[in-house]
Design a protein around this ligand. Structure first.
Ligand SMILES: *[C@@H]1O[C@H](CO)[C@@H](O)[C@H](O)[C@H]1NC(C)=O
Ligand SMILES: *[C@@H]1O[C@H](CO)[C@@H](O)[C@H](O)[C@H]1NC(C)=O
Ligand SMILES: *[C@@H]1O[C@H](CO)[C@@H](O)[C@H](O)[C@H]1NC(C)=O
Ligand SMILES: *[C@@H]1O[C@H](CO)[C@@H](O)[C@H](O)[C@H]1NC(C)=O
Ligand SMILES: *[C@@H]1O[C@H](CO)[C@@H](O)[C@H](O)[C@H]1NC(C)=O
Ligand SMILES: *[C@@H]1O[C@H](CO)[C@@H](O)[C@H](O)[C@H]1NC(C)=O
Ligand SMILES: *[C@@H]1O[C@H](CO)[C@@H](O)[C@H](O)[C@H]1NC(C)=O
Ligand SMILES: *[C@@H]1O[C@H](CO)[C@@H](O)[C@H](O)[C@H]1NC(C)=O
Ligand SMILES: *[C@@H]1O[C@H](CO)[C@@H](O)[C@H](O)[C@H]1NC(C)=O
Length: 726
């Protein structure tokens, strides 16, 4: 895949490839820009289905004569939309889009638009629902074709004539359009974090002012990535449905995403995070952010470094959004941050950061294992640094922190790749040390995330304190509407990856619990009736053991934290939602069988919500089966619309009129929220029920109030028991 994308860049930029990464393919003189084109809206009627055949078009908002309108379409490599000869399905879809833009007040109810047809000057009238022969000198908005392909794989092609250059502050960023949105990929927001910036806070980008934003930046250094990684990785991507004539002229809600990957892997360029589906279906601006990983992302050496570089990268990216997103049609005052797994923990870190105040106004935390606390500076110096130093060949440089740091900054980045970023032998050595001397949990649990952001003890306001401490002290620095989500079977893929099918005997369950938990907790679980084996269920030991871990790492600590937060101060979260997602789609090949439809137990594994939430089942990675059934893409529509609604209004319940106006591609979600009057209520942690987002959605018993959680609360969560004991 990556070879092919390189080939497409070679074709487009030729010798420019040899230039430094930041200015690989400078905008040619002919790339048009919204200040000459007026506002443009990329339209794609998107039902998220596999065919990817929704109608695409570009709306030119400027009111122009027929001749000027035709020229305007030509200047973006398109022509007036051949309305009369288009298939009926396309005409219908286009009219739904116009209805929506009137509903959104971007068009006036009586706006007619230029289209192409048999007549020389043909316009379409929404009010009359027909085309008519207009006076050629009338000044009307125009509908152009959009013949560029949808992005269904990382080797997306850039159609040269679709390139477009946006000016923001002193920078010119050249991106392009695909069938779904305008895309600005690989936008540098920081200087490369190399040399003296390795293991240091990021510095805002100060490179060349002409930026090629047509291809992704490299993923950050990580082991096991199928493609090239680089220390020079601090790039973000912008996907927008709308480019304004001038910054701030129109504003769409913005959603900024931090990927998961246990703080050691992940990349914003992964195809499942393609923001074009959100942009086209829910009319929001999406930004995906690369942040540093592994030792290079988190290692604090002692007193000379700050740690938490990856979280600092995320906050710097939010500052970039604050300064620049208006030029891309986004509203800098309406930014939701969201992330899954370690990305969800990142959202919690940013919520806990006084340095991030004012940079966002909503948050979604997906599947964060909140049982695990942040590290401290001493955890790094005592338990992590020695392992990393020897792995990268700096084990002889520990006489002083300064000499160690200088060694760590001088070895090639690739040493960190092999030695510490995801290398099983190093990470398991760290996990063992941390499990015994800080977390006091099994290595199985410590192994979930051997590298962690750390709490700030220097007063710079990057992760002010542990989340539970901030909630207890009523000191969370960012109070914004927040939605927490989990999936039904968070832990099962982790368990099944290392434990064989043990059948359904209680004694085997007890053994498994003994491996996963301290003896007293394992005994308490076995004594309770909270996690019984099901003798008639083949594989019940693993399923039940995983259920215990899902509860101990995700569900119960989250319920406990939110209950305490709300009873301490109901305004901690101005609006609070908590939902469980119970259907999904495996995101990559090689996951345990239980994560795919199978004969034993169809699990909703950790990360199985990612493709449906993003709508990227229609552009999914290699090796993953296509839609399992119709419910699969209707579920994807539901989740994408729920997230879209939250991005627009900080409320996951879509406005039913908004859904109705948008027509058949939204009919299933309209059925749920309009006809069936389903609601995701604001969550009070004492409520008996939670929203359960299957297809169709329903409710489930609030797990935070069940016996399952009592057993973990009585023992104490990991964040309560963590203490450095060396
Ligand atoms: C890459 O693009 C080509 C068309 O240019 C397409 O046929 C192919 O399926 C895409 N994906 C991969 C992984 O090659
Ligand atoms: C897209 O494909 C589906 C299923 O094949 C079909 O029902 C629909 O009409 C098509 N849409 C367009 C615009 O061609
Ligand atoms: C990685 O980079 C090297 C050197 O630039 C190049 O030769 C190689 O083809 C790249 N590999 C991939 C998978 O892109
Ligand atoms: C950091 O500073 C503290 C207080 O001065 C000192 O006790 C500690 O040893 C220092 N740590 C390192 C790794 O130098
Ligand atoms: C540590 O060992 C390496 C390789 O043996 C050597 O290049 C380096 O100079 C040594 N560093 C110190 C501080 O002694
Ligand atoms: C992992 O690290 C160890 C110790 O540095 C090294 O010997 C090994 O080659 C590394 N493995 C990989 C896959 O990088
Ligand atoms: C469980 O069922 C599967 C398929 O029905 C079978 O292959 C497997 O051997 C069974 N495992 C156990 C432990 O009973
Ligand atoms: C578990 O039950 C046994 C036998 O009833 C009892 O001796 C033990 O104290 C209990 N342990 C815990 C942790 O509840
Ligand atoms: C899992 O899903 C598949 C496909 O929908 C279905 O055929 C199978 O019966 C399901 N298995 C279980 C145990 O629910």
């Amino acid at each position: 895949m990556h070879l092919r994308s390189l080939a497409s860049v070679l074709l487009l930029c030729g010798p420019a490839l040899a230039a430094p990464t930041k200015d690989r393919c400078p905008a040619g003189p002919n790339v048009p820009s919204p200040d000459s084109l007026g506002a443009l809206q990329a339209l794609h009627y998107n039902n998220l289905a596999a065919e990817n055949n929704g109608t695409s078009a570009v709306l030119v908002y400027d009111r122009l004569t027929k001749t000027k309108a035709q020229e305007r379409c030509a200047s973006i490599g398109e022509s007036l939309f051949p309305f009369e000869s288009a298939p009926e399905a396309s005409r219908t879809e286009l009219v739904y889009q116009l209805d929506y833009l009137v509903y959104a007040k971007d068009l006036r109810p009586d706006d007619d638009v230029w289209v192409a047809g048999s007549d020389e000057c043909l316009a379409y009238s929404r009010t009359k629902k027909q085309t008519y022969s207009a006076s050629c000198s009338s000044k009307l908005p125009a509908i152009c074709t959009s013949r560029v392909p949808p992005t269904t794989d990382v080797n997306s092609t850039v159609v040269t004539s679709s390139k477009i250059a946006v000016k923001s502050n002193e920078y010119t960023l050249t991106g392009y359009r695909d069938a779904r949105s305008f895309r600005f990929l690989g936008v540098p927001f920081a200087d490369p974090p190399v040399d003296e910036l390795r293991l240091a806070p990021p510095r805002a980008y100060s490179g060349p002012r002409k930026i090629d934003a047509t291809k992704f930046g490299s993923p950050c250094v990580q082991a096991g990535y199928d493609g090239n990684v680089s220390e020079d990785c601090l790039y973000l991507n912008v996907y927008t449905p709308l480019l304004p004539e001038r910054p701030g002229a129109v504003r769409r809600p913005v959603a900024v995403y931090f990927y998961g990957g246990a703080f050691v892997s992940g990349a914003a360029s992964e195809i499942e995070y393609d923001g074009g589906n959100f942009a086209s279906r829910n009319d929001v601006v999406v930004v995906t952010v690369n942040y540093r990983l592994g030792a290079l992302g988190w290692l604090a050496t002692g007193n000379l470094t700050t740690g938490s570089y990856g979280i600092r990268d995320q906050i710097l990216a939010l500052e970039w959004v604050n300064k620049n997103i208006a030029a891309f049609g986004g509203d800098p005052a309406h930014v939701t941050i969201f992330g899954q797994s370690a990305g969800g923990q990142s959202v919690i870190a940013v919520l806990s950061s006084s340095a991030a105040q004012g940079l966002f106004s909503g948050a979604i935390v997906q599947s964060a294992p909140v049982d695990l606390p942040w590290y401290t500076r001493e955890v790094y110096s005592s338990l992590v640094v020695p392992h990393v130093a020897s792995a990268v060949g700096c084990g002889n440089a520990t006489a002083s922190e300064a000499s160690l740091l200088s060694c760590l900054r001088s070895v090639p980045a690739s040493y960190f790749l092999g030695g510490s970023s995801g290398n099983a032998s190093i990470t398991s050595a760290i996990a063992q040390d941390v499990s015994e001397n800080y977390l006091h949990v099994s290595q199985l649990i410590a192994n979930i995330e051997p590298y962690m952001p750390m709490i700030d003890d220097s007063g710079s306001g990057i992760i002010d304190d542990q989340f539970h401490t901030l909630l207890a002290k009523n000191a969370l620095p960012n109070s914004v509407p927040t939605m927490f989500t989990t999936v039904t079977d968070e832990a099962i893929s982790f368990v099944n990856a290392v434990v064989p099918n043990l059948g359904s005997a209680q004694s085997f369950l007890n053994t498994l619990l003994g491996v996963a938990y301290p003896a007293a907790l394992a005994q308490a679980i076995a004594n309770s009736t909270a996690f019984p084996v099901n003798p008639s269920q083949n594989d019940s030991v693993r399923i039940t053991g995983a259920e215990a871990l899902t509860h101990s790492e995700w569900v119960c600590p989250q319920a406990y934290l939110l209950r305490n937060a709300v009873s301490n101060n109901p305004a901690t979260f101005p609006a609070l939602y908590e939902v469980e997602i119970t259907k999904g789609h495996a995101g990559y090949a090689g996951l345990p069988e239980v994560c795919f439809p199978n004969g034993v137990y169809n699990a909703t594994c950790h990360s199985n919500d990612v493709l449906p939430v993003w709508g990227t089942l229609n552009s999914k990675p290699q090796g993953v089966p296509t839609y399992y059934d119709t419910q699969d893409w209707l579920h994807s529509q539901l989740l994408n619309d729920i997230f879209g609604a939250f991005f627009r209004s900080y409320d996951p319940n879509p406005n039913t009129e908004w859904l109705r106006v948008r027509g058949p591609a939204y009919a299933s979600t309209y059925q749920v929220f309009g006809e069936d009057e389903y609601r995701i209520d604001q969550h009070n942690p004492r409520d008996e029920t939670l929203a359960l987002l299957g297809m169709p959605p329903s409710t489930t018993q609030n797990p935070g109030l069940t016996e399952k959680c009592v057993v973990f609360e009585d023992y104490g969560f990991t964040f309560e028991n963590a203490e450095l004991t060396v």
